[in-house]
Design a protein around this ligand. Sequence first.
Ligand code: ATP
Length: 457
Amino acid sequence: MAKQQPNLMDNIVSLCKRKGFVFQASEIYGGIGNTYDYGPLGVELLRRVKDAWWGRVVTERSDVVGLDSAIIQHPDVWVTSGHVGGFSDPMVDCKKCKARFRADKIEDASCPEKPSKRPGECAGELTEPREFNLMFKTNVGPVEGSGSVAYLRPETAQGIFLNFKNVLDSARIKPPFGIAQIGKSFRNEITPGNFVFRTREFEQAEMEFFVPPGEDQKWFEFWVRERFQWYTDYGINPDALRLRVHDKKELAHYAKATTDVEYLYPFGWGELEGIANRGDFDLSRHSEASGTKLVYFDQETKEKYTPWVIEPAGGINRMALTFLIDAYEEEQLEKDTRVVLHFHPRIAPTTVAIFPLVKKEGMPEKAHEIEAELRRARLSVQYDEKGAIGRRYRRQDEVGTPFCVTVDGQTLADDVVTVRERDSMEQVTLAVGELVPWILEAMGHWKRPERSPKSKD
Ligand code: ATP
């Protein structure tokens, strides 16, 4: 099992703020509970995670297409989907301090007034549990009233089911095929926490894979394997990942089977992504409620059927947090310790840093010239001319930049640069003309490095 470092979470939260990955939202007004903004490096990290997901789930496949559906849909959608009636957690309120807690998570909660005590074990008395709906309500149109109530979507999946027929009629595809979507979802979570692990506003990456009935088990197993593999391909430690099969009692109302990909966070095992066999629940319910038949007619066999659905559903923010935690190392070197993020080069927010050795003799100009060339190749670049080279390497290690390029006297004389690799700290000398292809090649061949014994498994 992966070994946990003490204070790991605190160190990551502080690095995220210091380096511009994640900020508390509305900070200058005192913040708003469990809502975060992503800074310059954070937004690049999210973008890489989305690109890696989209690339694997959509671009590399001939049987999956994309969609971008609206956040606010017809309110009846959420009645049909079961969210208005059933999307709730059992909650208890503290009669003294009025705080609200999830009844099934009391063990993990603490009293806001006496943080060393659990709710109910302080002086406060808890109410009986009651259901609390997690959807955010809003009003559409100029008049507020029951007729104008709408909801912010709590998942992106329903937008996909609503467009099943549109996509089928327009995209010339047939089952088995998938529709993928990345977008914001909103849940009025009562026990948010653990930094960006659980927030009220988050981005989901979901794909609904429509299959002929009878092929569901095969595809369910395929997508469980495939999604697990994606995480390890992008460098997540396989020993800190596991699959957890939901037992019958735990299954959501729509699910025939669910398996979660879980990660060992500093606060314990937690869901990273869920893969569900949703059967024909959603298409059947929406057909019935809307009067539009969401079925597939096979021209060859003349067969008409409602496809079954396999759904891998993950959170982009939770994935980004997982990449951060998993990449983080306080590596013991001979003389000191360095903080390094061993991101996969395709996940790292900055791909290349470029340094002139000194701020004179034409080196900054030459470095800017190379910087422009790297940017034209659509690599994400940071230019840094401040401080000793060793300090500059450490600054890039801390934000996970895999390659640092130094421009020195030899560059001016012979057009060669030194490239230093983040994980091994080894250096090679390259002709400037070879730089872009060399970096692209090295990105493709990256392997998760062995960690120093201190943080190794
Ligand atoms: P949990 O049990 O953690 O509440 P869930 O089972 O309700 O999650 P799903 O509805 O299956 O989650 O959502 C799919 C994915 O969306 C989750 O695996 C997670 O990565 C992400 N996700 C869900 N809720 C949140 C949230 N409040 N904040 C951040 N990500 C979330």
